[in-house]
Structure formats: structure tokens, C-alpha cells
Ligand binder design. Structure first.
Ligand code: GDP
Ligand code: GDP
Length: 436
């Protein structure tokens, strides 16, 4: 369940300062798509143990009044469409401006909770000056010093308290959840429709089950699975340069709801940074991954090495986690789309596979004996025992005498051995070394 908090407001009121504070040490995913006037940021935060995603709708350059007006509308629209809660930030230094009135007017018409925040209230003096903002006709505002963090606690208490409750019963509990992610125009809707087409007996299309996600149950060819779609996905964003950003925002949510992420790329375009972002999100969330290279019908020269070359391009970019199925499909001609579903189901099964402790030890201990971790400062590392944790995705603990000496290359070696012996294609694995 992912709640999204968006920060909107004029430039220089302190949005990015607050954003950075909320993220603290957490890593921001920087969306530096060409065509976006300035980097937009989004990342994960939490307050009192409640997770949420923050968007700094941030950035536009101050241009002519026309552009300015347009940009603000866009930013507010984005927040209204995508966020659970909206922080509308102004600042006491510049006081209440015409633009603030306009933004407030736009937000007033949305049905999302809006938290009005007056920033740069660094002392009692500004606290008094802030009363000017009552002129907006509001009943409450929060005063904040983003620079020092004072006031953020009260604000976050209220935001988190107002998050929609999640005590809903998932009608598809226990069924494989799959999401189709990818940049705009790669063919996600075409694939969804193609699946609908082969799949005449859709059982349910439960709108609003999780407030903002649509789950469609597919049941045919011996496979039962749920396609997770966020509500906004079927509606195209109005503003073209925001498409990339919208699609990533949606991916964040649907990825969290899913077990397996199908990442679609366009064969005529190749693997780009935006695909890498989606891949990173899926991997960090420890979801199963299948890569579909779509529009394969458009590739005329289909020699074996065309496939191999394409695979290489992708594998060169995705980093260490290489054991991922890559399929070449056409959503349009429906070529190999059932194969894609089958592979996604295999990944799903592998992700929840549990290796019996006895089997795991029987297989892994001799491997460690054969190829032990390199000795460190004359000390030998002995791995004595291993278990798989009862987590949703595979995580293994290896007990040994000197876990601090087990370095990254050996962890990778262990992961590769697990993959080789037990087969976890498309599934991120975690490997931990611990003292017994
Ligand atoms: P944005 O354009 O809305 O994202 O604004 P920034 O976060 O970039 O902040 C604009 C300027 O205001 C920067 O120089 C910040 O250091 C400063 N600033 C942000 N928050 C505060 C605050 O609480 N108090 C004071 N005095 N300055 C702040
Ligand atoms: P989405 O934005 O990812 O949902 O992409 P769409 O499904 O809307 O597809 C974008 C465009 O690509 C449409 O014009 C589709 O007809 C076209 N398209 C999608 N899949 C294929 C394919 O496999 N082959 C070809 N030639 N065109 C495709």
C-alpha cells in the first residue's frame, strides 16, 4: 500500500528543502528525463513506522507569466491526480502572493486532503507574520522551518493519521499479482488488451479495491493470475512531457502491489534510463522480473544474433542481477504473449519457492568446502549451516564463524551457486552471512 505525498508551491518557497528532509538518508530516485524542465524527485519516507512516497513536484524555471501559469497548473494537476495527500507550501519571507491564491483555488476544487504549510518560520517573529495567510480564508495552517525541521513532526502526524485505512480484504489474496510496467507507448495497453482478447472469461474487474488500483483476474490455459493496473494507467496523461514521470509514478504503486513485474521495452528503441529506473524499482522491492522486448514484428532482420545482440545490450546495463528471462514478443500480432504469461508464472513460483533446510545444507555445504571464502588476515572462514528465511522472496542466511570477513564477491558466488542449484530465474535473492 503506497501513499503518496506531493509537495506543491511556487519556486523558492522551500519544497526541495522539505523533500530532502523527509527523505533524510534515503536515496532519492532522480528523474532526469529530457523534456522535463528541471529534475523531479520522488523517494520513500516514513513517519512513525508508516511508509509513504514523497514527490517534489518541484521544478519549473520561472519564465514568462504565461509559462509560469501553465507550469503551476500542471504541477497541481499532477498532485491532484497522483497523490494521496498534498502539501501546499508558501513562505513567510515573501508573504502571500497572487500565485498562491491561484494555487489554493485549484487545490480547493480537488477532493484530496491539502495541508497548507507556511515555510521559513524560523522564529517567533515569523510566527506572527504568518497570520497574514488567514487571508486565504483557511482555518488552519502549519508553520514550518524546513531548514531546521521544526514543525515537521506535527505536520507529518496529521498527514499520516489521515491516510486512508487499509483494512480492506483483498479479494484475490494468494493469487499471483502481475504488473506490466514500461515507458509510454511501449505497448502495455496493447498487451493488456491482447490478454483480454484471448481471455474471454474475465471473472472480475474490481475497481477501487485498493483506492487506486484495478485488479483484473485472468483464468485460462491453466493459469490464474491478477493483472494489477493503477487507476490512472488507462487514462493518458494530458501533457506530453509529463508522460514519463506519470508512468514511473504509476509503476511505483503497481510494482508494490505485485509479485512479478513485466518490464516492456520497445524493440525499435532499446533499453533506456527510464527502463533502468523501473528495473531498479522492481529489484529493490524484491519482485520477480520478466523483460519483454515488444514490437518484434517491426524488426525485419531477425537473425539469431539480432536477439543475442539485443539481450547483450540489456544485460550490459542491468548490472549484477543477470539471471532474468528476456522474451521477444509482439503484443500487436499476439506473438509469444502466452509464452510471456507462462514465464511470468514460472518466475512467480520460483519467487515463493522454499528450499528444505536439509536439502539446502546437503547441496551448499560441499560447495563451500570445495570453494571456501578466501582467508582473511590468516583466519579461515567456515560456513557451518544455512537456512532459507520464511520471507515472500528468497532470502538465505549462512551461519559461519567470521561473517565480517565474507566479502561481496563471495556473496555473489553464493548467490550464483543457489541459482545454479535451485533455479531462481527472474527472482532477486538476498544472501546474509551471520555468526552462529
Ligand atoms: P523550492 O524551489 O521550493 O524547492 O525551494 P528550495 O527548497 O530550493 O529553497 C529555496 C531557498 O529557501 C533555499 O535557499 C533554501 O535554503 C531556503 N529555505 C528553505 N527552507 C527554509 C527555511 O525553513 N528557512 C529559511 N530561512 N530558508 C529556507
Ligand atoms: P502503452 O502506452 O505502453 O500502453 O502503449 P500502447 O499499447 O498504447 O501502444 C503504443 C503504440 O504502439 C500503439 O500504436 C500500438 O498499436 C503500438 N504497438 C503496441 N504493441 C505493438 C507491437 O507489438 N507491434 C507493433 N508494430 N506495434 C505495437
Amino acid at each position: 500500500m503506497s501513499n503518496i505525498v506531493a509537495i506543491v508551491g511556487r519556486p523558492n518557497v522551500g519544497k526541495s528543502t522539505l523533500f530532502n528532509r523527509l527523505l533524510e538518508r534515503r536515496e532519492a530516485i532522480v528523474d532526469s528525463t529530457a523534456g522535463v524542465t528541471r529534475d523531479r524527485h520522488y523517494g520513500k519516507s516514513d513517519w512513525n513506522g508508516v511508509d509513504f512516497t514523497v514527490i517534489d513536484t518541484g521544478g519549473y524555471d520561472v519564465g514568462t507569466d504565461d509559462i509560469f501559469e501553465q507550469e503551476i497548473r500542471k504541477q497541481v494537476q499532477l498532485a491532484v491526480d497522483e497523490a494521496t495527500s498534498i502539501i501546499f507550501m508558501m513562505n513567510v519571507e515573501e508573504g502571500l502572493t497572487d500565485t498562491d491564491y491561484e494555487i489554493h483555488e485549484l487545490l480547493r476544487r480537488s477532493n484530496k486532503p491539502v495541508y497548507i504549510v507556511i515555510n521559513k518560520v524560523d522564529s517567533a517573529k515569523e510566527e506572527v507574520a504568518a497570520t497574514e495567510f488567514y487571508q486565504l480564508g483557511i482555518e488552519k495552517y502549519y508553520t514550518l522551518s524546513s531548514a531546521t525541521g521544526s514543525g515537521t513532526g506535527e505536520l507529518l502526524d496529521d498527514i499520516v493519521k489521515d491516510f486512508p485505512t487499509t483494512d480492506y480484504q483483498d479479494p484475490f489474496e494468494g493469487l499471483p499479482k502481475i504488473t506490466i510496467a514500461g515507458r509510454p507507448n511501449v505497448g502495455k495497453s496493447t498487451l493488456t488488451n491482447a490478454l483480454l482478447d484471448v481471455e474471454r472469461n474475465i471473472v472480475t474487474d474490481v475497481a477501487g479495491t485498493t483506492r487506486d488500483s484495478i485488479q483484473t483476474l485472468y483464468n485460462k490455459f491453466g493459469h490464474e493470475f491478477v493483472l494489477v493496473d493503477t487507476a490512472g494507467m488507462r487514462r493518458k496523461a494530458k501533457v506530453s512531457e509529463d508522460l514519463e514521470f506519470y508512468s514511473v509514478m504509476r509503476s511505483i504503486r503497481s510494482i508494490e502491489y505485485s509479485d512479478v513485474v513485466i518490464i516492456m521495452v520497445d524493440a525499435t528503441q532499446g533499453w533506456e534510463s527510464q527502463d533502468m529506473n523501473i528495473f531498479g524499482l522492481a529489484q529493490k522491492n524484491r519482485k520477480g522480473i520478466v523483460i519483454l522486448v515488444n514490437k518484434w514484428d517491426l524488426i525485419e532482420d531477425k537473425k539469431t544474433n539480432t536477439i543475442r545482440d539485443f539481450e547483450k545490450v540489456i544485460k550490459d546495463k542491468i548490472g549484477q542481477f543477470q539471471d532474468i528471462p528476456i522474451l521477444f514478443v509482439s503484443a500487436l500480432t499476439k506473438q509469444r504473449i502466452l509464452k510471456a504469461v507462462e514465464v511470468a508464472m514460472e518466475v512467480y513460483e520460483d519467487r515463493k519457492k522454499k528450499i528444505k533446510t536439509s536439502k539446502l545444507n546437503e547441496v551448499m555445504l560441499p560447495i563451500f568446502e570445495q570453494t571456501p571464502p578466501p582467508a582473511n588476515k590468516g583466519k579461515y572462514i567456515k560456513i557451518k549451516y544455512c537456512v532459507q528465511l520464511p520471507t515472500p522472496s528468497p532470502q538465505f542466511v549462512f551461519f559461519c564463524n567470521l561473517p565480517q570477513y565474507v566479502k561481496e564477491p563471495y556473496k555473489r558466488f553464493t548467490e550464483n551457486q543457489l541459482r545454479k542449484e535451485f533455479g531462481f530465474t527472474g527472482v532477486p535473492i538476498e544472501v546474509y552471512f551471520r555468526q552462529k
